[in-house]
Design a protein around this ligand. Structure first.
Ligand code: HEC
Length: 173
């Protein structure tokens, strides 16, 4: 009986975790996920070598990613990610992308909607991150830049694409 209760508790917890992940599906993939997808398919050897050895600006990564079959949006997001973090071990554990950072760090005081519905420039995002309400959030300079780059491309999501449970009443400040 007890064992049964424990098993069902695990199943319920497991499906809650899954439901939570699905709730955020509307937020576009970040560079880490896109790179993991590439890695799982056929990543061109030249690209893999470049990621392991090169530090390069966004435009160079965009050119190198053009042949991968990724759509233009994913290319733009991944190029920003690589400009922040490469060189990195393409087979190793990857640093957090802008989506990872937003989900981990931007939901404790207000719902994620406050962030992902804003359409802003990079400078404006960096300004938000350096404002008194946000400056204490633990992030390196590189992570702040990566989050800003990700949000420039991927935030500004129209409110009608936000799941209902995330639309209102979520701010605790
Ligand atoms: C420690 C609490 C806290 C955390 C964590 C937090 N915020 Fe906020 N946020 C606030 C408060 C308080 C306000 C309203 C006052 C203000 O605008 O500064 C706010 C407002 C905002 C606004 C709307 C107002 C503005 O400044 O444009 C945005 C956008 C925003 N936050 C983005 C973020 C992002 C991105 C993160 C994750 C890096 C984040 N927040 C994490 C406290 C927090």
């Amino acid at each position: 009986m007890r064992r049964f209760a424990l098993t069902s508790a695990c199943i319920i917890l497991g499906s809650l975790a899954l439901a939570q992940d699905e709730l955020f599906d509307f937020i576009p993939d970040g560079g880490r996920t896109i790179l993991e997808r590439l890695r799982a398919g056929d990543m061109p050897v030249a690209l893999s070598e470049a990621i392991a050895s090169q530090e390069a600006p966004v435009e160079d990564w965009q050119t190198q990613l053009a042949e991968t079959g990724l759509d233009a949006w994913d290319v733009a997001t991944l190029a920003q990610y690589l400009a922040s973090y490469a060189p990195l071990d393409p087979a190793g554990e990857l640093p957090r992308d802008g989506r990872d950072l937003a989900l981990a760090l931007c939901q404790s005081c207000h719902i994620i909607t406050v962030t992902v519905t804003q359409d802003r420039s990079r400078e404006a995002w960096l300004g938000t991150l350096n404002s008194p309400s946000h400056v204490e959030i633990k992030m390196t300079e590189t992570e702040r830049g990566q989050l800003a780059d990700y949000l420039v491309l991927n935030a500004g999501i129209p409110i009608d694409q936000i799941p209902r449970e995330l639309r209102a009443g979520g701010a605790s400040y």
